[in-house]
Design a protein around this ligand. Sequence first.
Ligand code: NAP
Length: 310
Amino acid sequence: MSEAPIRIALVGMGKIARDQHLPAIAGNPQLVLAATMSPHSPGVDGVAAFKSMEALLAAGDTFDAVALCSPPQVRYGLAAAALAAGKHVFLEKPPGATLSEVAVLKEKAEAAGVTLFASWHSRYAAGVEPARAWLADKRIDRAHIIWREDVRVWHPGQAWIWEAGGLGVFDPGINALSIVTRILPRRIMLEAATLSFPANREAPIAADLKLRDTDGAPVTFDLDWRQTGPQSWDIAVETNAGTLTLSQGGAVLEVDGHIHRDEDREYAGLYQQFEALIRAGVSDADVTPLELVSDVFLTGRRHTVETFED
Ligand code: NAP
């Protein structure tokens, strides 16, 4: 017997909600968009639209789950209110502004008997699972990540990203960490970090990280938001059987002289996973990438660099 579609309320109608969440929900017959909530941005024609979480929750049993696409600094309050109302919760990345609030959300979801999903969209890029499978039985000698992009192109006018808790260059950088922590066979730990903060901003514009896996293999990470011209979202892993490269944010895998490229299904994959978790009555809230970013902010050396204006 087929089950009723899961009714989703989409919260925070900004760039990612419109670019990715709306088409992914529309493309999945197991889901239906039941409502939107955003303080200022418009909703979607023909779908109930609300301006606050209180107003959305007052709509009662008209939806089953919320997908939270707000900035991370306000995510905990929105998620806690939805969980208290018995709704399943999909968290955009990063799952929260702090590790402690995500731990509390896990407890609340468990107590309410609903699903909490900490989504990491880059883990659903086409090359990631084949890379993980290929690396599983290899000796890892070293890995290098380059994530260099132009913040003016990708995050124009997003004030929250430069405020405390917005993560700055780690907003995209955490995507690289979500991939590396998925494909490498062993856990990685931070050894040293250098952070560059514009003199007028609360979040970094660039960083250099040195990490190691539990067998001592070095992993370096070069992260910069001041890149103009060609952009780089590349990971190279040197092994006893040759070098594996993942480029274009995990979309293209090159290994053994073969190039593996598939259609972009990141958000389709995320929503399939959310639906499967809800149907199975379980949660998936891995915080490993956020732990590493938290370690960077705990221990990194800070340099002040020139001011940045949008
Ligand atoms: P954005 O364009 O600035 O949109 C954020 C939206 O959140 C705004 O439209 C704002 O709504 C809404 N919002 C702010 N406070 C809210 C509140 N209290 N309750 C409900 N909604 C609230 O940012 P974005 O690029 O979509 O990023 C949002 C999240 O998605 C971030 O965590 C980011 O890391 C993640 N993400 C972004 C991308 C990307 O390519 N942009 C990719 C993957 C993941 P109003 O306009 O109504 O004020």
